[in-house]
Structures are given as C-alpha cells and as structure tokens.
Write a protein that binds this ligand. Structure first.
Ligand code: NAD
Length: 361
C-alpha cells in the first residue's frame, strides 16, 4: 500500500516533465527469489530479469550448494542471497525479497507456496499449479490469509499472439468461436526424470503440457467446460508406467460449443490451436513454444502476427506491477484451480470410461 503513492508520483512527474521513456526515472524493482534452479530457472527465467522494468533477482533457493556458488558468480549475488530448502522460511526476515517464484517439481508447489505466503511474501507459482484441486484450494487460502497475491505462470495469457486471438474471440471478429482444436506434446527424453514419477509430477503429459491446450480452449471459448470425455493410450507402457503418455479428450461447454484436445509425451510436432468461428478461422502453430510463434487467419486482411516478446519478463513484470499498484493479478490461483478441476474430470473419465461432469469450484 505504501508503494502506491510512489508510482503515482513517479508517473505524474514523468508526464508533467514530458520526459521520454529513456529519460524516465528508474522505477522501483521488486526483489524476486527463485526457488528451484533447474532448466526453466536457468535458461528462461533468470536471463529474463535483464529485460524487466519492475522485477529483479534478489535471492535463489537451491538444494545444491555448487549451484549456489555458480549463481552467485553469474548474477552477482552475495552469500546471504542464497538460501536452501531447510532455511527457506527465514526469508521472512529478508526485506529484499518481495516475491517468491516457485519453479520446483509439481508436487512441491503446494508446500512451498504455503511456506512463502506464511513468510509474508507474494508468490508466483509455475504451472501446473499443483497436483490436485484440494492442494490448489489450500494454496489460495494460505495467500488470502497472509494477504499476499498468488500468480500462476500461464505465460501464454500475456503473449501477444494469444492476447490478439482472445480479442478475436471476445469481439467476435470472425463471429462466435464455436469449436477449438488444440494439442501440445513432445517426445520426452530421460526415463529417470521426475516428470515420469507420479509422486513428483502428479500426472504425465496432461499435467505438464496438456494444460496449455486446455487453457487455450477455455480462454478462446470464454466459458468453463461442463463435461469431458477422455481416452488414454500408451505406446511405451514401460517408460510411462506411472504417468499418462497420450490423452485425447473432448470438452462440452454449457452453450453447446465444443473442443477437441490431445497431449502426449511421445510425439514431437503437436503444438497448435485452431479456432473455428461462424465466419472464419484462426489459429497458431507453433502455439506454445517460448519463441517462433506463428499465427494465421482465414482473412488475409486480419493477420495474427504481432511482435514477439519475452514471455517470462512480461509475466514477471505484470505481477510486480500489480503488486506495486495494489491491483489484483490475473491469472491468479483460482485460474489454476479451474484447470485442475477439468484435469481431475479428465482422469476420472479415463478411469471409468464415461463422460464426466467437471466439479464446481
Ligand atoms: P527441472 O527438473 O529442470 O528443475 C527442477 C528443479 O527442482 C531442479 O533444480 C531440482 O534440483 C529441484 N528439485 C528439488 N527437489 C527435487 C526433487 N525431489 N526431485 C527433482 N528435482 C528437485 O524442471 P523444470 O523444467 O525447471 O520445471 C520446474 C517447474 O516449472 C515445473 O512445475 C514445470 O511444470 C514448470 N515449467 C514451466 C514452463 C513454462 O513454460 N511455464 C516450462 C518448463 C517447466
């Protein structure tokens, strides 16, 4: 709350002085602590801080001391700025940390989000939000109790192609979107990775990348699915003994509109959505990668071709700005919960071979 006047004053002063962007006073940057220094943190998130206006790397949390040393050197962090999983809760006493970003295996999201909220920090959590709707509810509750924001790393919701596609849908630029097809999958490598262990990952392709296809259908149709029907297939039952390899599912929405989706851990090249509307079609392929996204429409006069952005810099800054301006951030925990309710209905449908209703929030 105390930061609000600062932003207003800084913005007001900038406008009054007629300063160009280059001459604007530097905005206050919120300090972010990254928890889990794996592939995503190393290759996407940490480099993105250099492109942020409102966010900076203030601490890291790792269980591997050697990584701490490497990150200290690379990002100029002091010894104090490197935490481990045991002393994590002492971030409570570190005023340089405003936001904690959870980038751990899925089964650890719930515990660390709750611990971060109890330490009085705002929390940004990677997708999938958790392993169950019950965990999502506990995370939402913990952040509410601590009066801290909980954001979910659904980076596509702020990616310009997706934002424009959502505008096409909302403004009925091609008429009402009646049907969406979406798929995301890839051929997974190392058979020993945590993503193939149910206890750590919660599920397989569906939890990991299928959630992007699910998200696309939900935000393009603009409704919550009421019923789902799903089948699961395995071409490699040994490698995918614990988690789903390939799932195809159909969703029915209350208005009667529909979506067909597919996700897999055993085939490259599935990375698209197609929206069929009353007077035309639009889509993306690839749709969910970090870069090189391509949009298309059935009308050459209405292209889907906005400039690219760094997905991680944009979402981190949006979260920081929401906190600095004391505004609610979207997508918040409730959005992760809505996806998890659909995911649970998909797994139920696979288990009992029936059409399943999506539970109410
Ligand atoms: P990763 O395996 O590369 O990194 C996981 C990190 O967690 C490692 O640093 C590892 O040491 C640490 N860890 C702590 N306890 C562990 C345990 N018991 N088992 C295994 N690792 C443990 O994974 P990642 O690709 O960085 O994914 C992390 C999270 O980010 C996942 O929730 C994933 O779904 C999400 N993710 C999101 C995107 C996106 O585009 N938004 C992309 C990739 C991953």
């Amino acid at each position: 709350m105390q930061r609000r006047p600062f932003l207003k004053t800084a913005l007001g002063a900038t406008l009054a002085a007629g300063l160009s962007r280059a001459e604007e006073p530097s905005p206050r940057k919120l300090g972010w602590a990254l928890v889990g220094l794996g592939s995503l943190s190393t290759n996407q998130i940490a480099p993105a801080f250099a492109k942020c206006r409102f966010s900076k790397l203030s601490a890291v949390v790792t269980g591997t001391p050697a990584k701490g040393v490497k990150w200290r050197e690379q990002y100029g962090l002091s010894e104090k700025q490197v935490y481990n999983y045991e002393n994590f809760d002492s971030i409570l006493n570190d005023p340089t940390i405003d936001v904690v970003y959870i980038v751990l295996p899925n089964s650890m999201h719930c515990d660390f989000v709750i611990r971060a909220a109890k330490a009085g920090k705002h929390v940004f959590c990677e997708k999938p939000m958790a392993n169950s709707a019950d965990e999502c509810r506990r995370m939402i509750e913990a952040c509410k109790t601590a009066k801290r924001q909980l954001g979910i790393g659904y980076r596509c919701q702020r990616e310009p192609h997706h934002v424009e596609a959502i505008r096409f849908a909302r403004e009925k630029v091609f008429g009402e979107v009646r049907h969406v097809e979406a798929a995301f999958g890839f051929k997974s490598g190392d058979p020993k990775q945590w993503r193939l262990r149910k206890a750590l990952a919660g599920g397989g392709a569906l939890m990991d990348v299928g959630v992007y296809a699910l998200q696309a259908c939900r935000y393009l149709i603009g409704e919550e699915p009421s019923e789902v029907s799903a089948i699961e297939t395995k071409t490699d039952p040994v490698k995918f003994a614990e988690v789903d390899e390939t799932i195809n599912w159909v969703m029915k929405f209350p208005s009667g509109r529909t979506a067909n989706c597919m996700t897999t851990y055993n085939l490259n090249g599935c990375n698209f959505f197609t929206a069929t509307a009353e007077r035309g079609r639009f889509g993306m392929e690839p749709a969910y990668s970090y870069d090189g996204l391509k949009g298309w429409t059935s009308d050459p006069k209405r292209p889907l071709d906005p400039p690219a952005t760094d997905h991680f810099a944009v979402e981190m800054d949006a979260f920081s700005e929401a906190i600095l301006n004391d505004k609610p951030f979207e997508p918040a925990g409730e959005e992760g919960l809505r996806d998890m309710l659909v995911i649970e209905a998909i797994y139920r449908s696979i288990a009992n071979g029936k059409v399943e209703k999506v539970a109410a929030q």
